[in-house]
Write a protein that binds this ligand. Structure first.
Ligand code: NOJ
Ligand code: CA
Length: 632
């Protein structure tokens, strides 16, 4: 005996179908009457639980429609519009939400006992294997920091991370991801024994997937759907599947910051104390003064604490987060910053030694809070993290819970976070707006050989579907011999628009902005970190991306574009602008610019435009552009 139930999106275009047999349940997804996900198994395995039959006890549906506001981000208002269905079985409730542009579902395990060990989850995504996907491998030493590669699904080896973006032979664009990842292993994707795309939940060191208290809801399994690559980047369903904030987060503010940082990467300074130590009291004061002159609100200081001596990647087990190096006086620097109205961004590099960090967590956050420091960048360099003496994956349940602990403690102390080597984004910043940004992909620290011009052209269609990223933008010293950058100069300004981040770093040393390229820096100074509206304009995965965003606090718009190793001309109209005249400030690659041969080729100009105008912009190989549209 089998039963069939269908759930339609509000516009009727997307259909989720559940087939129930006593031994198994399967779902299928249809989009515009095309079956895009075929028969796919849904189940979880709970330890010591003999699986009961799939006997549908109740079924109900509801329609939901609300528009909510985000305190910061790419869009101020998000419409949360779906049909929900609840399938109640003895083992779990399957909750399904069908949006016009996505399908999501989760398992809700009832409280039949106090706790449960999840041994495995069997969620399939039976998508045509002849599709192309853009993937980075999971369970690798550099976490999420890999180059995206396009492969056919049938060539997938091992497990890959989500968001997993897919283009089907019918030219539909899908991205498999998850939302509201709490207290559970993160979902990676692999081909299972039957050659069907399926979940592979990150295991704990004891080889189970999670130990949970009941009742328990798994994260949402999310499939975003779009007709084009650029439309995929408009999807905001991940945020819809997260809860509104509990408590007052009105103190949260996005931030642009410079840092005692790139000087270490180009070998001028060091993290560790010594002759060329970066984080000295004197350097910090100089950088604070520079931030004031540049009109940048924040300053990150790395290498200020004990633990960087010698091989810091190996010695990090002893890092002290409340003890400054002898040449760095935190109290003095913090009070200097306060007097100059500069926000310091503190730094905790745990090197993955989470036990060591957690033992100091409260004291470390109190120390910064007591010194009026409201922002912390954390880091988990290291191929795995050490929790309770055991090596765990960053993206395991143990890791997920640790990151969550930092977010909640930070919220209590009114501290905002930028997490490097993080757990991937699943939209929890809707609930915890103090989590302003993450890294979680290869950023510009990999320049100097390991970044291709195409890299930033994959990011908007893959990594950014998981939320903002601290890409460490604005490196103007392109031809530095230690770290040669693989972009044009104009492209470095484009990043501030193309790669959204609630905390955006202008990563180069101040003299590059003040003395070398002050004209281009004007754009970086003005570009906001909080937008009212985002209008993705043009692009293809791995080739190029062009996006327009409206400032949340003015009538001004900002446009950024990036291209791969091929130069190209893009053409778009400005119909997103309001009425009236705008003064366009254009920061463009020159005709002869080239990321390798002529990276500094830039043309800066102004002209007047209105919403009936069309712009035609040339991007050089490895280049990009930035435009400010200032309302007059
Ligand atoms: C890796 C981070 O991504 C980078 O930003 C930081 O400077 C180093 N770790 C050292 O903490
Ligand atoms: Ca990193």
């Amino acid at each position: 005996m089998k039963r069939l139930k269908s759930v339609f999106s509000p516009d009727g275009q997307t259909k989720f179908e559940l087939e129930i047999t006593p031994r198994q349940i399967f779902y299928r997804v249809f989009y515009n009457n095309k079956e895009i996900i075929k028969n796919s198994n849904l189940d979880i395995k709970i330890a010591n639980l003999k699986s009961p039959k799939f006997d549908l006890k109740s079924f109900k549906t509801l329609r939901f429609d609300e528009t909510f506001e985000l305190p910061w981000g790419e869009d101020q208002f998000v419409r949360n519009f779906y049909t929900e269905a609840e399938f109640k079985f003895e083992k779990f409730i399957l909750k399904v939400r069908v949006f016009n542009d996505a399908v999501a579902f989760r398992y809700e395990i009832p409280k039949n006992q106090e706790t449960a060990t999840i041994e495995d989850e069997f969620t399939e995504f039976n998508i045509n294997l002849d599709s192309t996907c853009w993937q980075i491998p999971a369970f690798m030493p550099d976490r999420y920091e890999y180059n995206y590669e396009a492969i056919k699904l049938y060539d997938m080896e091992g497990s890959v991370h989500t968001p997993l973006t897919i283009k089907t032979p019918e030219n539909l664009y899908l991205s498999i991801h998850e939302a509201a990842l709490y207290d559970y292993g993160s979902m990676t994707i692999k081909l299972n024994g039957e050659n069907i795309l399926s979940s592979n939940i990150t295991p704990l060191s004891d080889d189970t997937k999670a130990h949970v208290k009941l009742p328990f809801n798994t994260p949402w399994r999310l499939i975003m759907i779009a007709n084009s690559a650029i439309d995929l980047t408009k999807n905001r369903v991940m945020y819809c599947l997260n809860e509104p904030p509990k408590g007052d987060f009105s103190w949260v503010e996005t931030l642009k910051f410079i840092g005692i940082w790139w000087a270490m990467y180009v070998g001028e300074w060091t993290w560790a104390p010594g002759e060329r130590h970066g984080a000295t009291t004197a350097h910090a004061k100089e950088y604070i003064d520079a931030a004031v002159r540049l009109g940048i609100k924040g300053l990150l200081i790395e290498g200020w604490n004990e633990g960087w001596e010698g091989n810091w990647l190996e010695n990090g087990v002893n890092n002290k987060f409340t003890v400054a190096t002898p040449d760095f006086n935190l109290e003095e620097v913090a009070s200097y910053a306060r007097a100059k109205n500069i926000e310091l961004v503190g730094h905790h590099e745990t090197v993955g030694f989470v036990d060591n960090y957690e033992a100091q967590l409260k004291a470390a956050y109190n120390y910064y809070a007591a010194n009026g420091i409201h922002y912390i960048k954390t880091g988990y360099a290291g191929s795995q993290i050490v929790i309770n003496g055991k090596k765990e994956y960053h993206h395991s349940q143990a890791g997920v819970n640790h990151y969550q602990k930092t977010v909640e403690l930070a919220a209590k102390k009114k501290i905002m976070l930028d997490i490097h080597e993080p757990i991937k984004g699943t939209g929890i910043e809707r609930t915890w707006p103090n989590l302003l940004t993450r890294e979680g992909a290869r950023g510009q620290e990999y320049e100097g050989g390991a970044l291709r011009p195409s890299h930033a052209c994959y990011i908007p269609y893959t990594r950014l579907l998981a939320g903002g990223m601290d890409y460490t933008n604005g490196i103007f010293d392109i031809t530095n011999s230690v770290k040669r950058i693989s972009t044009t100069l104009a492209r470095q300004a484009a990043y501030f628009v193309a790669i959204y981040s609630g905390m955006a770093m202008a990563a180069d040393r101040p003299f590059m902005y003040e003395e070398k390229f002050p004209e281009l820096f004007k754009f970086i100074k003005k570009v906001p970190t909080n937008f009212e509206k985002t209008v993705p304009l043009l692009g293809e995965i791995g080739d190029f991306y062009v996006v327009a965003r409206k400032d949340r606090n003015s009538e001004n718009w900002y446009i950024g574009g990036v291209t791969d190793q091929d130069g190209r001309t893009v053409k778009f109209n400005l119909d997103f602008l309001g009425d009236g005249i705008y003064k366009a400030h254009l920061y463009l690659d020159s005709k002869d610019a080239h990321f390798r041969d002529n990276p500094y080729g830039i043309e800066i100009s102004q002209k007047r435009v209105k919403n009936s105008d069309t712009l035609e912009i040339y991007m050089a190989p490895g280049g990009g552009f930035a435009i400010e549209l200032e309302k007059v």
